[in-house]
Design a protein around this ligand. Structure first.
Ligand code: GLN
Length: 248
């Protein structure tokens, strides 16, 4: 019996800066190596987001892109809240991460409303935070690249996703990076984050597989898949080591 994971990407036409769409490709490729079938769902405004979606991804975009998709995001907001409460893993990067909070206030004082899955607000700062970034996600180092004007403040009880080691993260001040609630992750890390940090890609797959199939762990499909996973791990580790040495 084939196990299928439905993985949706929100608004890639507007929200796909620095190739965040690559997160969908990484998850798809790894899911197949672990023996799953994958159905990719590209979600654009006015379409229907299936109720039985297993993972939802979203990327970064310019302020103008955020403006173009926000009405639709508000429209599907209650569905996203429900899916989040039901444990569906989600990963939102930069622009969509900001709109998963309460609002983003642009440098022209325009308030772009968000859907408030994360208890946080974002306000444009006077300079852009552009940098390679390294964070601690428990004891695993996440590496990536950030470029945002928004400074995000987590409200009291909102947990961050990771802790900044080098770079700016949420606001360049309190060492927090991203946010997490239920199985919903938000982050400023482009890269794409899942190609640079395969362990995190597997965490999302594991959360989805546990939820849908009660799987206990991810198992390579066969010997050749196992070899490919080892090879990818080796290459990613080399790239990660270099990236960790040059945060700025
Ligand atoms: N427009 C947002 C900002 O600059 C998001 C940028 C991004 O997604 N890279 O803060």
């Amino acid at each position: 019996m084939k196990k299928t994971l439905k993985i949706a990407m929100l608004y890639p036409r507007e929200m796909n800066i620095y190739g965040d769409h690559g997160n969908l490709e990484v998850l798809t490729h790894r899911a197949k190596l672990y023996g799953f079938d994958v159905e990719q769902i590209i979600y654009e405004p006015d379409e229907k987001l299936p109720a039985d979606v297993d993972i939802i991804l979203g990327g970064g975009g310019q302020d103008s892109g955020q403006n173009k998709i926000v009405d639709d995001l508000i429209k599907i907001g209650s569905q996203l809240h429900k899916l989040a409460g039901n444990g569906v893993p989600m990963l939102m990067i930069c622009g969509l991460y900001q709109l998963f909070g309460h609002y983003f206030l642009t440098k022209d004082d325009q308030k772009i409303a968000g859907i408030g899955i994360f208890d946080m607000v974002t306000k444009a700062g006077s300079e852009r935070l552009i940098s390679n970034i390294v964070t601690n996600w428990d004891d695993y180092k996440l590496v990536g690249y950030e470029n945002h004007s928004g400074l995000t403040t987590l409200n009291n009880k909102q947990k961050p996703f990771a802790k900044v080691v080098a770079g700016a993260g949420n606001n360049g001040d309190d060492q927090t990076e991203g946010a997490r609630i239920h199985n919903v992750f938000g982050s400023y890390l482009h890269g794409p984050i899942l190609s640079k940090n395969p362990k995190f890609a597997d965490e999302l797959l594991m959360l989805a597989a546990r939820r849908k199939f009660s799987d206990e762990f991810l198992k390579p499909r066969d010997e050749s898949a196992k070899k490919q996973l080892v090879k990818i791990h080796e290459i990613a580790e080399q790239a990660r080591e270099i990236a960790m040495k040059r945060p700025r």
